[in-house]
Ligand binder design. Sequence first.
Ligand SMILES: [Zn+2]
Length: 446
Amino acid sequence: MKRTNTFAVRPLSETGEQLLRDLLDASAALWNEVNYQRLMRYNDEDGFEGDVWDADTGRLEGKYKGVLGASTAQQVIRKNNEAWRGFFENKKACHDASNASVTEHPEPPGFRGNEDDGRQLKTVIRNTSYTVEWGDRSRLEILVGSELKDRYDHTGRLRLEIAGNPNWPDYEKQGRLDLWYDETDSTFRASQPVTVSDETRATPLASEKAALDIGANNLVACTTTTGEQYLYEGRELFHRFRETTREIARLQSKLPDGRYSSEHIRRLYHKRTRRRDHAQEALCRDLLERLYEEGVDTVYIGGLTDVLETHWLVETNAKTHNFWSFKKFTERLACTAEEYGISVEVRSEAWTSQECPQCGSTDRTTRHQDTLTCPCGFKGHADLTASETFLERQTEQSARPMARPVRFEWDDHNWSGISHPHESPKEQRTDPSTVHRNGNIVSSES
Ligand SMILES: [Zn+2]
């Protein structure tokens, strides 16, 4: 199985930090030079012969290998190749009307900042050009070019201290290391892809099932056959996503004619995506750990119910799709589930999140924000109800009595649970006097 260790690293001295910054900055400069040569050719600018693959990367490798070391210079160029190949593939998919996975118009690979405003400090290191040692004092050692060694009077590889413990300390081999400076919290970070043996995979503890309802409002509503319900709130994340999207639109409207993007816009896109990915990844792990503890061996995923509902489409347009990126999320979930030995099944057959669990009606129910109501007297949390109905349908069993739902909110680092002592979905269903309060439990936004 392929996995990734991500960790923060710290230089051991000020000189070490300066050396590292120079290395990352030179990597960004090399990236920019290669990218410039390719972009000019892509745009058919005068004086640039051939297509993007005709750029003379050998000359640039020669120029930078003194600082970076030959292997790192090659890796940076290779990574730029991959970015361009990815761009051409996306472009092809975008022009293919039958492929709905690409919704944004693809743009050529961007630059990593510029000399005046500062470059994005980032590099990539070949698997044989770094070593990681895990233990009480975990450390990373990376290869640096001879010019940098001379500049700082340094010998050997550059040693960095690793903070924290890895998810995957035991692996068969390591891949190419990404190393960058994270401006948002002034920390150097690295991600190390590793191949771990299949034996490290867990075995499910029982054969319970879980069903997920995915949305933008509530990212995931989950019901298990053991009677647990979890709700991961997306409002705050979605709100911020939308704000960034608006800011991008505003900046785009101010671009001069003939220009479609800028460094600032690219950074905003990047930030927006990174924030969502981070939350998604943490959600998958949090949820699957819980499901594993519950003895779940199969997870059913139903799709994007509230996203596809009219009010969402009107308000947010297809951008909602980009926000949650359903396909990417299911891939991520399946990948994390694999570690726990849990299988993921996507069920796309038509069913409605508007179905009343009490009388089965679909056309008489109404949904207002998070609450589903039916003239038969039913009132409950719409997404949790949907995941419960979905689970019953998949397992062909009626669900066990439900425990109090646990609600999670994203605080930029973790999904933290919020307890609601009076919460009980069964009460919601049977006792109208608790309905109003329960109807509000998960709709904290007024
Ligand atoms: Zn009903």
